[in-house]
Ligand binder design. Sequence first.
Ligand SMILES: [Zn+2]
Length: 148
Amino acid sequence: MRDIKFLVVHCSASGQKTKVKDIQAYWKNVLKWKSPGYHVIIEADGTAHELQPIELPSNGVAGFNSKIINISYIGGIDKDGIPVDNRTPEQKETLLRYLKRWKAMFPKAKIQGHRDFSPDKNKNGIVDKWERIKECPCFDAIPEYKDL
Ligand SMILES: [Zn+2]
């Protein structure tokens, strides 16, 4: 098994009804990725699709993929493309189920959002809003999952 240091939460930055197969086609045909972007992706109704075994890396955060597991909910932007936390209750439940399972397997792994990998430019120990290279997953994963 890989040495897992982070469990990373993403959003697909797409509409909530975007189909998993369309996201996969984008990775393959546009980005030319050989591996999927996430290990697990969760539809609005809470259905989880396991796209990659956790023993293998996925393509969630450049430079960190060998040490992380990536999970994403479909959504994360409003109709104008503005970042928004529009997770459905079902997606929240499925996210929690996977994060709990992986946290039990990798107790030392830190749960955080994609944006928490942004460089801490002023070195205050926190990735401040202005330092974020992107908004993904459009909510604060560190406080939300701190008790897992
Ligand atoms: Zn992301």
